[in-house]
Design a protein around this ligand. Structure first.
Ligand SMILES: [Zn+2]
Ligand SMILES: [Zn+2]
Length: 447
């Protein structure tokens, strides 16, 4: 998940009342099968701290994958490893037939030097894109892995009572592959047959659930919304080619810097004037603008690199088409040329409306309806969307800011100071377990 200051969350709005009306438990409801989780909390803390001290960058999660596979095998599951390239998949078959529910956790850490000062802080280092960097679970994926290991143990203990199958998916490289332009973890696992019938699973999952720890919510709170939730993320690169000349005599050449600036400003006008942003917000940002070597030389070319965020595949393509026309038109008008390349890192994460209708009551039953916060749209992205585009998906947030602290002021995901409250492990395990059991039971309204 890419870095972003979480916007203020708000209480469930009237928008969500229709969903609430379907099944609205006033407070957390007991399910004796969830009692297993309390006994797993101490283990989950231990797993999480071990993972935290041994963070691994994307596609290098070999130790993490081994820890996961060893655990799954200790539960009697057949763990498949080396998928895309370090992913792990295992299937828990219940005693009776029923739906096939996939649960996903991402395993990778970030090139961040930890500054939490915790006794189990990471001191790991690695080479990232040619630089020596600190490595830290600054996005909390160590929490995700520990939560799913715990859920697997709880479910394995009640295998005889289950109708259906649970598929555990531990994926690499959610934050991206080691080199730009390579395929992200979820896409690569799918490309390598993760959901292909007969490969690891008998058939594609009926649904997939994912979660993310989140400093913007208190421990004990869950965040969720139906429909579009997280943005798509594209990395774009624009090259403007002009003709080099003396900075005092611009008429002798073609200035690519001015043309690049015009194109960038025109994209902002395009979004404001040409795109219907009421239903589908769009963000187009340049993060790099590189050109030239000296104050009095107009260089040959300029390069702009940035990101595009949308919530709709058609809008995304429309913006890219307009961006290309703007780039070509402005360049041509100035006697320059321009080339735009766009690489999609993740599609928009869209919570399947029907699945969301079934998962929301499970989340409410876990923590109480008042503690399920309707999340605003997030302009961050998640490659969980690749799985959720393959089968119906639902993705929720697990608060990690302890009571008494202000979620708005706490170090957020990707910060070197991000230190999630470990009590959130138990909340995450309960929510994931409850949602899974309810989907298997078909006990929810509307099934
Ligand atoms: Zn992240
Ligand atoms: Zn993340």
């Amino acid at each position: 998940m890419s870095p972003a200051r979480p916007p203020a969350v708000r209480r469930l709005s009237t928008l969500c009342l229709a969903l609430l009306a379907l099944a609205a438990p006033a407070a957390a409801q007991a399910d004796t099968r969830l009692e297993a989780v309390a006994a797993l909390q101490a283990k989950a803390v231990e797993w999480r701290r071990d993972l935290h001290q041994h963070p691994e960058l994307g596609n290098q999660e070999t130790r993490t994958a081994q820890v996961v596979a060893d655990h799954l095998r200790s539960l009697g599951l057949d763990a498949h490893t080396g998928i895309g390239p370090t992913g792990v998949i295992a299937v828990l078959k219940g005693a009776r037939p029923g739906p096939r529910i996939a649960l996903r956790a991402d395993m990778d850490a970030l090139p961040v030097t930890e500054a939490t000062g915790l006794p189990f802080a990471s001191t790991a280092r690695a080479t990232y894109r040619g630089q020596d960097v600190g490595v830290m679970h600054a996005c909390g994926h160590d929490m995700h892995v520990a939560i799913l290991m715990g859920v697997a143990e709880a479910l394995a203990g009640m295998r005889d009572q289950l109708a259906g199958e649970v598929v555990f998916v531990f994926q690499p490289a959610e934050e991206g592959p080691p080199e730009p332009g390579e395929v992200f973890g979820a896409r690569r696992m799918l490309d390598e047959g993760a959901f292909e019938p007969g490969r690891y699973l008998d058939g594609p999952p009926d649904a997939i659930l994912g979660l993310h720890v989140w400093a913007g919510l208190h421990t004990g709170q869950l965040g969720f919304r139906a429909g579009p939730s997280l943005a798509s993320a594209d990395e774009w690169s624009l090259t403007v080619t002009g003709r080099q000349t003396h900075g005092s005599r611009p008429w002798d050449g073609v200035d690519p810097i001015t043309v690049g600036a015009q194109i960038l400003l025109a994209t902002q006008s395009m979004i404001a004037r040409q795109i219907n942003i009421v239903n589908t917000p769009v963000v187009l940002t340049a993060g790099q603008f590189q050109s030239g070597v000296r104050f009095n030389i107009i260089p040959d070319d300029a390069r702009l690199v940035g990101t595009l965020r949308t919530y709709d595949a058609d809008v995304r393509q429309d913006v890219i088409d307009r961006f290309e026309r703007i780039a070509t038109g402005y360049a041509e008008a100035a006697g320059a040329s321009a080339g735009l390349q766009v690489v999609n890192n993740a599609p928009a994460t869209i919570n399947d409306p029907e699945l969301a209708r079934r998962v929301l009551p499970s989340l409410q039953a876990t923590v109480g309806a008042d503690n399920v916060i309707e999340m605003p749209l997030q302009t961050i992205a998640e490659d969980f969307s690749q799985f959720a585009n393959a089968v119906p998906g639902a993705y929720f947030f697990v608060g990690t800011t302890a009571a008494g602290e202000d979620p708005e002021r706490m170090p957020i995901n990707h910060s070197p100071h991000y230190a999630p409250d470990e009590a959130a492990l138990e909340v995450g395990m309960r929510a994931m377990l409850r949602a899974t059991l309810d989907l298997l039971d078909g006990a929810q309204a509307g099934r």
